[in-house]
Design a protein around this ligand. Sequence first.
Ligand code: TIU
Length: 223
Amino acid sequence: STPDPTVPAVPGPFTLPPGKVALVVIDMQRDFLLPGGFGETLGNDVGQLAAVVPPLQRVLAAARAAGLMIIHTREGHRPDLADLPPAKHRRGKPSLRIGDPGPYGRILIRGEYGHDIIDELAPEPGELVIDKPGKGSFYGTDLDAVLTEAGITNLIVTGVTTEVCVHTTVREANDRGYEVLVLSDCVGSYFPEFQRVGLDMIAAQGGIFGWVTDSAALLEQLA
Ligand code: TIU
């Protein structure tokens, strides 16, 4: 049998076992990416995240063509806020809080326009959308059960933001035994220094949480 394909990465080649790889696209929601959404109400420059969209569109198209399992996540809460911990509701000094009416509907509430994924990366029929109440994609969701049932062992992780929902998800996945590859140009942070250090932290110590490469390296293997 031929060896499984690999992608050049840091700290070493990342294996793509056929049928066992899923692409995870984290929280590419209007509330995080568009002016006036939750990300901006937290005081962030949402323009920092825009560069992620074109390479992520290319990766999504290639993953679809290669037949990879594709999972989108969305951070958000029930309209009655029953799943919103008061500590999360209170946190920070945002100009608008979760559940408040904003320019794209109620901030980070399921079913609202701003809570949904940007048009450029809209899920296609058959792709899984995981709604999550926290920063990690495993906490309070059935993601682990879904991946286990599908026989997925390796995750390619993309989305926003690098040091918050991406990092939390990568750490959760690593502790659950998944091999995780993060695409440096397909994850984004409001803070350039967090982007750099966040990526370094994943691959340091021989890959303490996982591997890091860029979209071009992956696309060569998926083509
Ligand atoms: N604030 C911030 O950087 N991120 C979040 O609140 N959620 C995600 O990262 N998705």
